[in-house]
Write a protein that binds this ligand. Structure first.
Ligand code: NAD
Ligand code: DAU
Length: 352
């Protein structure tokens, strides 16, 4: 069996739902269920013995150790994190706690567990750390895309905490020989993404007739990766990646934010006609906003034979349709806490 951390979040949910489709191996899901974790996403697996949920914190070393000893996983996919850049600006401490301390405690417990495995089990074991392209910092317009060798230049408390966790993972390989793999992926989008992130926030606001808040001039560029492509890449790295190596995962879809928002408005118009474009509102920029990310994903293609299956056009169409068909899901996660977050992040910003 394998263990995933953060399996009730956006990418974790999609990973688990895909896992039970493509494999018959049991997956244990350790999740703290923060505001971003939602077990309702996995209700279709309620009676499926292939998914075992455990409520807990990766910072809780005893809990993690007990879990490893009980289930004896052959691999760990580490996804649990505080993941939203804007939240890291308003409250960085949780990011240091989960992303740095939590990753350290998980690594350390894993190291002690791994040391006591039999020699063949030790060779086969993998700790796969899911990181982000944001650790590489911001690119100029004409600069080549990030390769795996780009130096770490994180600019937000979120990316700094992820870069620190990458360094710890690397250290456990070089110092103790723990067989680790690290992936750096670009912006994911798809079903079950919490509506604090650009794409689901824009869809939810448009459907509610609310302003579509574009930071600054909206010309910041991100590379967009359909979440199920990310999940297939992780499965590929898990089975074929070389311990100690890092792999970039991207969608070859560099686009400015404003173009993304216009595309969402165009698609929504075909399903539910309204003047969504008129809702676009330019507001005060994010402090320290990275201008451009771009992923060079040739290594994973060359060495492991992985390529994304979706284009942006097909992925965004599926995504908008999912949100249209799952408006109850959106309403459920827009709880009291969500409304508080919207006030913290948006109310103080002026319209540009
Ligand atoms: P998410 O915020 O949707 O989910 C995070 C999950 O981790 C939640 O279920 C939450 O309850 C859980 N969690 C948080 N703190 C925990 C703790 N201390 N112990 C146990 N569980 C905890 O995040 P996501 O978008 O699914 O991202 C998953 C991973 O992928 C993160 O490591 C993130 O840095 C990375 N990543 C995300 C993207 C993206 O575009 N979403 C891109 C690149 C990398
Ligand atoms: O690049 C990978 C990263 O992508 C992941 O590591 C992070 O976990 C994930 O949250 C994401 O970070 P971003 O900051 O790029 O994603 P977000 O959806 O918050 O914002 C995408 C872009 O849209 C960014 O340039 C900021 C802008 N934006 C975002 C929001 C929420 C707006 O213009 N308005 C908004 O209201």
């Amino acid at each position: 069996m394998i263990l995933i951390t953060g399996g009730a979040g956006f990418i974790g949910t999609n990973f688990i739902l895909d896992w039970v489709r493509y494999s018959d191996e049991v997956i244990i899901n350790l999740d703290k269920l923060t505001y971003a974790g939602n077990l309702q996403n996995l209700t279709s697996l309620a009676d499926n013995p292939q998914h075992i949920f455990t409520h807990g914190d990766i910072c809780d070393r005893e809990k993690v150790t007990a879990l490893l000893n009980r289930y004896q996983p052959r691999a760990i996919i580490h996804m649990a994190a505080e993941s939203h850049v804007d939240r890291s600006i308003h409250g960085p401490e949780d990011f240091v706690q989960t992303n740095i301390t939590g990753t350290f405690r998980l690594l350390d417990a894993t190291h002690h567990y791994w040391k006591n495995l039999t020699p063949p089990q030790k060779i086969d074991f993998r700790f796969l750390h899911v990181s982000t392209d944001e650790v590489f910092g911001s690119l100029d317009q004409q600069a080549p895309a990030f390769t795996e060798n780009h130096c770490l230049r994180p600019n937000s408390p979120y990316s700094a905490s992820k870069a620190a966790s990458d360094c710890l993972v690397r250290a456990y390989f070089h110092t103790y020989g723990l067989p680790v793999l690290t992936t750096h992926c670009s912006n994911n989008y798809g079903a079950y993404q919490f509506p604090e992130k650009l794409i689901p926030l824009m869809i939810a606001n448009a459907l509610a007739g609310k302003p579509l808040p574009v930071y600054g001039d909206g010309q910041q560029i991100r590379d967009w990766l359909y979440v199920n492509d990310h999940c297939s890449a992780i499965r590929c790295v898990l089975e074929q990646g070389q311990p100690g190596e890092t792999y970039n995962i991207g969608g070859w879809n560099e686009k400015p934010n404003l173009e993304i928002v216009h595309t969402i408005c165009d698609i929504l118009q075909t399903y539910q006609p309204a003047d969504y474009h008129a809702l676009i509102t330019f507001i005060t920029d994010r402090p320290g906003h990275d201008r451009r990310y771009a992923i060079d994903a040739r290594k994973i293609e060359r060495e492991l034979g992985w390529k994304p299956a979706e284009t942006f056009a097909t992925g965004i169409e599926k995504t908008v349709r999912w949100y249209l068909e799952n408006q109850d899901w959106v309403a459920n996660v827009q709880s009291g806490d969500y409304r508080k977050w919207v006030e913290i992040n948006y109310d103080g910003r002026s319209i540009q």
